[in-house]
Write a protein that binds this ligand. Structure first.
Ligand code: IMP
Ligand code: MG
Length: 166
C-alpha cells in the first residue's frame, strides 16, 4: 500500500478547508471528471461548507481516431461556465496531457476563474507546464490503483492507493 485510507482522509480534509477559505464568496462550480475522480470528489465535497454547485463531466473517447490534438468531446456539461469560478476535480495528473487539453477546452468557455484540485500527481511524469492549485499527494512514477484509479476498469472502489505490481 502506498497511501492508506487514513492518510487520504486527513489530506482530503486539509484540501477541503483550504478550498473553503479560498473559494468563500465565489459560488464555485465543481466539475468532477468521471470516472476516476468520483471518490475523491465525494469525500472532498462532503466537507465543503460554502455555497457551491457540482457537475459531472466525462470525455467521450473515440478509440482509433483523433488520438492527438484537441480533447475529445466533453459530455454532460449543461451549465454555462461563463463568468463562473470553476474548480476541476481530477483523480490524477500523470503526463499532464489530459489536464492541459481540458484546461484549454474550459478556458474557451470564458470562466471568471479556473482552478484545479487533483487527488494525486506524478511529478516525475509531468511534462507540460500546469498550474495545479490543490494537490493531494505527490507520488512516484508507478502505476497506481485504488481510490478512483483503475486498472482495466478494476480497483476504483479500493479505499487506499496501491502500486500495481505485475
Ligand atoms: P495524463 O494525461 O498522462 O496526465 O493521464 C491522465 C489520466 O490517465 C488520468 O486522469 C487517469 O485516468 C489515468 N492515469 C494516469 N496515471 C494512472 C495510474 O497510475 N493509475 C490509473 N490511472 C492513471
Ligand atoms: Mg481520469
Amino acid at each position: 500500500m502506498l497511501i492508506s485510507a487514513e492518510q487520504i482522509r486527513a489530506r482530503v480534509s486539509e484540501l477541503a478547508q483550504q478550498i473553503n477559505r479560498d473559494m468563500a464568496g465565489k459560488n464555485p462550480l465543481f466539475l468532477v471528471m468521471l470516472n476516476g475522480a468520483f471518490m475523491f470528489a465525494a469525500d472532498l465535497l462532503k466537507q465543503i461548507n460554502i455555497p457551491c454547485e457540482i457537475s459531472f463531466v466525462k470525455y467521450a473517447s473515440y478509440c482509433g481516431t483523433q488520438s492527438s490534438g484537441r480533447l475529445n468531446k466533453l459530455i454532460g456539461l449543461k451549465e454555462s461556465l461563463r463568468d463562473r469560478c470553476i474548480v476541476i476535480l481530477e483523480d490524477i495528473v500523470d503526463s499532464g496531457l489530459t489536464m492541459s487539453r481540458l484546461l484549454d477546452e474550459i478556458k474557451a468557455k470564458k470562466p471568471a476563474e479556473l482552478h484545479v484540485a487533483t487527488c494525486a500527481l506524478k511529478p516525475e511524469a509531468l511534462n507540460s507546464e500546469l498550474e495545479l492549485d490543490y494537490v493531494g499527494f505527490s507520488l512516484p512514477n508507478v502505476f497506481l490503483v485504488g481510490y478512483g484509479l483503475d486498472y482495466g476498469g478494476y480497483g476504483r472502489n479500493l479505499e487506499a492507493i496501491y502500486e500495481l505490481k505485475s
